[in-house]
Design a protein around this ligand. Structure first.
Ligand SMILES: Cc1ncc(COP(=O)(O)O)c(C=O)c1O
Length: 402
């Protein structure tokens, strides 16, 4: 007889069937998958990265093949400090931690800042990956909505371990947080003594407008003294959406005491980010591969955004409202009927051959059933149009059922 095995940790009971369904969608034939959030692989500079990888191993075997320092290759930390520094935002290597993707920054923030039940103030709807990263720590959430007229940043952040915001082209809504709301959030973080996590994987993906200043840049104006940045904003960046996700290179820029705490957390997570990846990332940043890749990415995504939105205009107006995003990877469609249930609509969508992401998975409370996230980066224009046509058929059938 086999003895019963120990149970899995309790947080794993907190299952989300919807997430599972849309993650499986990628392997269903003929389905148009508008649910994902992946970059377009044809934008990857394959030959250039192959050469950088060869050079990393041949010319820098110590960096590429050994264990690098936990906090990252010093040259990459220096390069990122130089990239983000402004006259007001003074950065040194001690302000920079290299992470295994932006995702690890979120995970480490959870490890370093959350005891069970701790409060997170989260811009909502929120990135599903962040909610997943923090789920094992059983936090409680206070949602906030920076684009609403009644947004009160002090009330939003007071008493929270940290605020979490994606000011550039939020995942899932694709919206920008405006300059005034950014400035107000930074003041509130200082006034309330709360850390403010600024998650910025999409900051390079402005298609039509000049980039707004980051929360950290705005916050630097409040710094006194002439030492390195010591404020509350914990900025997280990544190469995933501006070069390739497969290197798994991201970074955190923050006060040295935060970098030190996250470094302790990282030691117990993966000990270090791949030195080979870091060396390629360094050469891609300094040698211009990142800058060269970006114009192609922007023009492809802009055309796909336009194709998706044109198809939406043609087919979805009777039931859905949305704003055309000025960058990023997503359009957020909100049902005109407040009684819409997009969890239930998803079944009809799947039967019609289109997969979309329902809003419930991005709501920390799991309750929002009124909206959908549509991705435009991964499908060619004709497939985007076909996906929208199928979504219109599914919506019409769903609404007719009553
Ligand atoms: C808002 C947000 N944060 C962080 C990430 C993590 O990205 P990566 O780990 O690939 O850098 C993503 C990925 O989609 C994201 O949308």
């Amino acid at each position: 007889m086999t003895a019963r095995r120990p149970a899995f940790a309790r947080w794993l009971d907190d299952k989300n069937e919807i997430t599972r369904m849309f993650l499986a969608a990628g392997s269903i034939p003929n389905l148009v998958n508008l649910a994902g959030g992946l970059p377009e692989p044809s934008t990857y500079p394959v030959e250039e990265l192959a050469e950088l990888a060869r050079r990393a191993v041949a010319e820098h075997p110590g960096d590429a093949l050994s264990y690098p320092p936990i906090d990252g290759l010093p040259a990459l930390r220096d390069a990122l400090a130089a990239k983000y520094a402004t006259p007001a935002l003074r950065l040194t290597r001690d302000n920079v931690l290299i992470t295994s993707g932006g995702m690890q920054g979120l995970d480490l923030a959870g490890k370093a800042l959350l005891d069970p039940g701790a409060l997170i103030a989260a811009q909502s709807p929120a990135y599903l990956g962040a909610l997943d990263a923090w789920r094992p720590r059983a936090p409680s959430y206070r949602p906030f909505f920076p684009d609403r007229n009644d947004f009160d940043p002090d009330a939003a952040l007071a008493g929270a371990q940290f605020g979490y915001a994606v000011p550039n082209f939020s995942n899932p809504t694709g919206k920008l947080v405006g300059r005034d709301a950014r400035a107000a959030m930074v003041c509130a973080a200082r006034a309330t003594g709360t850390w403010l996590v600024e998650d910025d994987p999409y900051g390079a993906l402005y298609f039509d407008a000049a980039p707004l200043p980051s929360l950290q840049e705005l916050d630097a104006a409040h710094e006194t003294g002439d030492g390195p940045y010591d404020g509350p904003v914990v900025y997280m960046g990544s190469l995933s959406k501006q070069l390739v996700p497969g290197l798994r290179v991201g970074w955190v820029i923050a006060a040295p005491e935060m970098i030190a705490a996250l470094t302790v957390a990282k030691q117990g997570s993966d000990m270090c980010t791949s030195g080979l990846s870091q060396r390629i990332a360094l050469d891609a940043l300094e040698g211009g591969a990142v800058a060269r890749a970006l114009p192609g990415i922007l023009s492809l995504y802009r055309a796909r955004r336009d194709a998706l939105c044109a198809a939406m205009d043609a087919h979805l107006r009777p039931w859905w409202d949305w704003e055309v995003p000025v960058g990023g990877m997503f359009v957020w469609a909100v049902a005109r009927d407040p009684a819409m249930n997009t969890d239930a609509l998803l079944d009809v969508c799947m039967a019609e051959g289109v997969c979309v992401s329902p809003s419930s998975v991005f709501d920390p409370a799991g309750e929002d059933r009124r909206a959908l996230r549509l991705n435009f980066t991964l499908n060619p224009e004709d497939k985007l149009a076909e996906g929208v046509r199928r979504l219109a058929v599914a919506t019409e059938k769903f609404v007719a059922r009553g």
